[in-house]
Design a protein around this ligand. Structure first.
Ligand code: C5P
Length: 222
């Protein structure tokens, strides 16, 4: 069903800015937006609440199957409670990357991700949007930036929210998360063969959004 609906898949490493770029591109096109990383963060949060160890693949997947996750007006609800702030912490980002290595959990989240694909289209961001979840996507973008630039962006983001931040530990966390995301056996972070590489070290957010939109216009003109 989703093959008939245009999908723009934006994959890339943590803190590359792909979430912001994906959301703005979706707004510009009037498309739905899927923040797939949020789903793994919700699972990390829910399992922690239930004292389920993040390395227990089967228990994590079973817990995920029973969750009621909803996205409403940019907020994320778990069993009707708004947990948007709780899942945006560095600890939940780290937890998400630990639960995300489990194949049974990834399988349990496929249908939910497909359900976001509705007319007139979808912009989906994550690690495996173009490789696994939407392999037929109209446009695939691999959005990245150097580790130092990404660590600095995350640092500025936390400072902007008046949260404690230490550049060196953010950098180390990012390197650890990149290694885990790229090295796992199930749906590792890799650039899809037919993806457009978008390096954003020297681009503003709106320049990056424009590159995505221009590439999309080119694709649909063909
Ligand atoms: O994108 P975000 O930082 O919110 O993702 C948190 C973690 O969830 C990532 O580090 C990654 O391990 C995992 N993830 C994933 N597949 C996706 C999206 C996120 O494995 N499609």
């Amino acid at each position: 069903m989703y093959n008939a609906i245009p999908v723009i898949a934006i994959d890339g490493p943590s803190a590359s800015g792909k979430g912001t770029v994906a959301q703005l591109a979706a707004d510009a096109l009037g498309f739905a937006y899927l923040d797939s990383g949020a789903l793994y963060r919700v699972v990390a949060f829910a399992t922690q609440q239930k004292n389920i160890a993040w390395d227990n693949a089967e228990a994590v997947a079973e817990c995920a199957k029973a969750l009621s996750i909803q996205f409403k007006n940019g907020q994320i609800y778990l069993n009707n409670a708004d947990i948007s702030d709780e899942i945006r912490t560095e600890a939940m980002g780290k937890g998400a990357s630990q639960v995300a290595i489990h194949a049974p959990l990834r399988a349990a989240l496929v249908e939910l991700q497909h359900s976001f694909c509705k007319p007139p289209g979808l912009v989906a961001d994550g690690r495996d949007m173009g490789t696994v979840i939407f392999p037929e996507a109209e446009l695939k973008i691999f959005l990245t930036a150097s580790t130092e630039v990404r660590a600095n962006r995350r640092y500025q983001q936390l400072i902007g929210k008046n949260q404690a931040a230490n550049y060196e530990s953010i950098l180390l966390d990012l390197q650890e998360r990149d290694a885990r995301d790229k090295g796992r056996a199930s749906a590792p972070l890799i650039m899809a063969k037919n993806a457009v590489l978008l390096e954003t070290d020297h681009l503003t957010i709106s320049e990056a959004v424009n590159v995505v939109l221009q590439n999309y216009q080119q694709k649909i003109r063909k």
